[in-house]
Design a protein around this ligand. Structure first.
Ligand SMILES: [Zn+2]
Length: 182
């Protein structure tokens, strides 16, 4: 790498770092419960009606660092909340939450971050869906095992299939726990 390229590369990683720090600072300082309350979301204890979909029940749990909607099987953070209520971009939410204008470079970078976040959210949604399907399968097999006549042909099939179905369910769960936030 020649010197000019090296300098350019360093500048770019510095900008990335700057953006990352700003995002991290917002994550550390902003409380999802306060941000949502600021938009008029009524939170009872830890639950509320999910503001991100037309929620008839209180399907969402709110934590300091985000909201999880059990009806949709997905999570939202303070950036999602501001984008949703203000109808703004990720860059706009970052500006609002960090209380300062973004540099042009940060603004450009934020678009890439948003794309990555969308991909991550979609991935999580699919993972939650897979988990739900597998959990239903395990429940159905357990139900069969209970209801069928022991050692009948169908009972044996259910009893044999159960450990593997449970194993798959646990593997899906572990995958989800290992995932890092973008
Ligand atoms: Zn929802």
């Amino acid at each position: 790498m020649d010197r000019q390229k090296q300098a350019g590369f360093r500048e770019q990683t510095d900008r990335l770092e700057q953006m990352r720090l700003r995002r991290e600072a917002v994550r550390e300082q902003k409380d999802m419960r306060e941000v949502l309350a600021g938009y008029g979301v009524a939170i009872r204890g830890r639950t509320c009606r999910c503001p991100f979909h037309n929620d008839k029940n209180a399907s969402a749990k709110v934590f300091r660092d985000g909201l999880h909607c059990f009806a949709e099987g997905r999570s939202y953070d303070v950036f999602d909340a501001v984008m949703h209520f203000e109808g703004c971009s990720f860059a706009g939410a970052l500006e609002k939450l960090s209380g300062g204008s973004l540099t042009w470079e940060e603004w450009m970078q934020s678009r890439r971050v948003l794309t990555k976040r969308r991909q991550e959210q979609e991935r999580r949604r699919l993972a939650a869906q897979r988990w739900k399907q597998q959990a239903a399968k395990v429940r159905a097999l357990r139900e069969e095992e209970r209801a069928l006549e022991p050692f009948s042909e169908r009972w044996c099939r259910a009893a044999n299939a159960l450990p593997y179905a449970v194993y798959l369910l646990e593997a899906l769960q572990e995958d989800e726990l290992r995932e890092e936030k973008v």
